[in-house]
Write a protein that binds this ligand. Structure first.
Ligand SMILES: [Zn+2]
Ligand SMILES: [Zn+2]
Length: 376
């Protein structure tokens, strides 16, 4: 059974989209966003009054009330008040910063909690080949998120056309699951040791000593770059519910050890160095709805541009996205749209200039149990 990108967190999504936008149609087609913006002067007015520059002299506290934030127009650049309550470990502050192109500017320092403020995490691995799709997480392959249920586990040799796959005990039906921090780390490493081949790999937040908070320095006013920056091993950004948005998982390393490292239904899992993080956008963030029916805001990229869901509920992906998965409209300026669940990515590249040094450190965080925290 395959996961649909719209099948997760329906209660949360309904709450978010129904919170404060009465009279508007949140399900209207995403592609009409620009047209709608010019026909609603009240929306346009609120855009100018909440621009990033208007906020730049005050430090806003974290965790704005989602009812008041629900229908606001966000403008270009991060809006501290849009983060969900409980998603940050400290108030967002401002400080001088230098961008990679030498620009001296001001940045927000955003310290995320490192675990989602609005949804539970897991499950990941099945314990038995009798486990159904509700008991397990997801594995991305070829653009599709597969439930890692008993049927998937028992079909792996066929799925990958390799008889070495044997993730379970054929007598008992028990699935091999990493059940210690050490096992989780070892099984996800390149060239995993022999004893950790054919494992379902999972770490829990408790395994890694609790949520891993992380501070991000993000330009208050994004600066467009002449040449986009490749994602490579730079975490794309942060979600409004306090989770690191990670660069694409290196599934080849996992598969090379005949291992599967599932994501939960929200597209996240836990890594030894960086804690819980997202690799897929599956609609769990409960982001900020847009009164013109545009796809909800779900986070911010490290270059300062907003990241929206791929589409509004019932809508389609915008047709005019660039290679970074961004486009521009009158209300929001330049912003990204997350890739669909299964694509193992959020944005395609950074259109804006990053803060100097971001992404310069060692990578990690692709597979669970990987290296140290990356840039940010
Ligand atoms: Zn858009
Ligand atoms: Zn990961």
């Amino acid at each position: 059974m395959l996961m649909s990108t719209k099948s997760m967190g329906p209660v949360l999504l309904l709450l978010a989209w129904g919170a404060s936008c009465s009279g508007e149609d949140p399900a209207s087609d995403d592609s009409t966003a620009s047209g709608a913006s010019t026909s609603d002067s009240s929306v346009a007015d609120s855009s100018s009054s909440s621009s990033p520059s208007a906020d730049s002299t005050t430090t806003q506290s974290s965790g704005a009330d989602s009812t008041t934030a629900g229908c606001s127009v966000v403008g270009e650049g991060p809006q501290p008040g849009q983060f969900l309550a409980g998603s940050l470990i400290s108030d967002i502050t401002e400080e001088p910063c230098t961008l990679a192109d030498g620009t001296q500017t001001m940045c927000y320092r955003i310290e995320i909690a490192g675990e989602p403020s609005n949804h539970d995490v897991g499950p990941y691995c099945p314990r038995s080949i009798d486990d159904g799709p509700d008991d397990v997480g997801l594995w991305p392959d070829s653009g599709v998120l597969h439930d890692v249920d008993g049927a998937f586990v028992t079909d792996l040799a066929t799925f990958y056309n390799d008889d070495t796959w044997q993730l379970y005990d054929p007598v008992t039906g028990d699935v091999n699951v990493t059940d210690t921090q050490e096992a989780c780390l070892a099984a996800a490493m390149p060239n995993a040791p022999e004893e950790y081949l054919n494992y379902c790999v999972e770490c829990t937040i408790a395994d890694v000593g609790g949520p891993v908070s992380d501070a991000y320095l993000i330009p208050i006013e994004p600066v467009a770059s002449d040449t986009p920056t490749e994602i490579e091993e730079i975490p794309p950004g942060v979600s409004l519910n306090g989770v690191r948005i990670e660069f694409p998982a290196n599934t080849e390393i996992i598969l090379a050890a005949y291992n599967i490292a599932p994501l939960d239904d929200c597209g996240g899992h836990v890594n030894n160095g960086i804690g819980y993080h997202y690799h897929e956008s599956t609609g769990c963030v409960a982001g900020v709805e847009q009164c013109d029916g545009h796809a909800p805001l779900m986070g911010y990229a490290q270059d300062g541009y907003a990241i929206h869901e791929m589409a509004a509920e019932g809508g389609e992906e915008p047709a005019d996205l660039d290679e970074c998965r961004g486009h521009t409209d009158d209300l929001r300026g330049y912003h990204y749209h997350a890739a669909s669940g299964g694509e193992n990515m959020f944005i395609g590249c950074f259109r804006g200039v990053l803060v100097e040094g971001v992404g310069g450190g060692p990578g990690g965080g692709g597979p669970p149990g990987g290296g140290a925290p990356g840039g940010g």
